[in-house]
Each structure stands twice: as C-alpha cells, then as structure tokens.
Design a protein. Structure first.
Length: 257
C-alpha cells in the first residue's frame, strides 16, 4: 500500500473537503443513519466504496455500540460496506474490533482561483451530457475503469435517478470519434468534487484523462467555484499531481469482511 504525504495543512480546507464528501454520499444515498460525528449512507450498490460510514469522531475508541448500530443498518440493506476514517488516523480501535484496512487514499485539493490551461487536442472531443441523458455511454468507461461486474447497470440507474438533484454534471470524452473516458462533476454547497474519472484501457496514455479533468475544472470555475476536491486512486494520482492538485488529507477505508 503506497504511503501518501499530506502537502496542504489547512484545517478549513480539510473541513470543507469532508463536508463535500459527506454531501456526495448524502446525495447518492437511498437511506442514511446519523450518529454523533458519524453518518452511514446506503446507496443500494453492491460495493463497500458506495455504502459507507463516514467517521469524523475526534476520539475513535470505544466503537462497539456505533459498530453495532451501523452493522444493523447495512444488514437491513444486504449491502457490503466500508468504514471511512476522515481525516485519516490510525488511532482507532477498528482493527481490534475485527475490521481490516482496505486502503489509504489521498484526498486532494485544487484552488480554482489559480490559473490552469485547458488541454486542446483536435483528436479529443469533450462533452457535457444533458440531465435527461440515459448515461449509457457515460457508464461504459466507468464500468471498465473501475472493473465493475460485466453487465452491472445499477450505478448508471442510480445516477439517472439522482440527476434531478441538480448536483451531478456528467461528462464524456471521445478520441477519434470513439468513446474513451467519462467523469462526474459533483456540485456541493461551496465546493465541487470530481468523481468517476475513468478512461477505457484502449485509450490510456493519450492525455484524454488530463483533458477531461481540466475541462471539468474549468466548468466548475465558470460556475463560480473556488474549491475543487477529489479522492484519488493510486492509478490516477500522478495525473492529478501533474494537473496541480495537492494532498490535503488521506482517508482510511476499513471493512469488516
């Protein structure tokens, strides 16, 4: 597991970033459970990364009663789930409670007040989809990039259902007229987050992911936002670093299975 080093030590940015992450899961959820400094969200999708409890407790000990409540909540939904510790702290009792650490992922930030250039390439066509789109093109790079089960359609349907929230802007990229990549711009209260950025295997290392990332950032800037966040995978980390994103925190993901 790669070790990531926090570069931006700003409590206010961390606060806004965690609030945006929580807002994303709230928007995507079909049910939730609130507790003191922790909240669980169920999306109905078969993934421990989409059914989560976000744990922001200042002291993450004596978790037994919280774990019981959360476990009962997700049992009701028959869903695998993950426990997110944000910001990351290994000073918790989850391992002792039978959990295992899945990953530590970098949470990254870009100040849209800073200058950045749109990557122009006549071979790459970038497009924002209509809120009435069925997202059947958008989901293809995402399913491939995140190795979703073949034929998996539940996440597409969830995004279609949630499009009425006005918080989800979906984008696709074509390379030489071939569908190549997709992504989501999530509009939170005072910030945006980039989600679902994925490029089809046949089109990697051609600048498509970078072009799409910058295009979505520019859209957010045009909408008047300053704070732009994302939670990076290891595969996408170097791309986001090159664009100019900085690590402001990391998030630990645990599972009880």
């Amino acid at each position: 597991m790669k070790k990531f080093i926090v570069e931006l030590h700003d409590p206010e940015i961390t606060k806004i970033g965690i609030a945006a992450m929580t807002d994303f899961y709230q928007t995507m959820s079909i049910d939730h459970l609130y507790s003191a400094n922790a909240v669980a969200f169920a999306t109905g999708i078969d993934s421990p990364f989409l059914n989560v409890v976000i744990d922001t407790r200042p002291h993450r000990q004596n978790s037994s009663s919280l774990i019981k409540s959360v476990s009962n909540f997700f049992d009701k939904h028959h869903a695998p789930w993950g426990w997110l510790v944000a910001p990351a702290s290994h000073e918790n009792d989850l391992i002792q409670q039978g959990f295992s650490l899945l990953e530590e992922a970098p949470a990254m930030y870009f100040n849209l007040s800073n200058s950045f250039s749109i990557l122009k390439n006549e071979l790459i066509i970038l497009q924002e989809l209509s809120t009435h789109d069925d997202l059947k093109t958008w989901i293809q790079p995402i399913n491939e990039g995140f190795q979703a089960t073949e034929g998996e359609d539940s996440y597409r349907k969830l995004n279609v259902d949630k499009s009425s929230s006005g918080k989800l802007l979906q984008f696709v990229a074509h390379y030489q007229n071939n569908l190549a990549a997709a992504g989501t711009l999530f509009i939170s209260n005072d910030s945006v987050m980039l989600h679902n950025l994925a490029t089809k295997t046949a089109f990697t290392k051609r600048g498509i992911g970078t072009a799409l990332t910058l295009y979505m950032m520019n859209k957010a800037k045009q909408l008047g936002f300053k704070h732009c966040f994302l939670d990076s995978s290891e595969d996408g980390f170097n791309l986001y670093k090159k664009v100019g994103f900085k690590i402001y925190s990391t998030t630990l993901t645990y599972t009880d299975s």
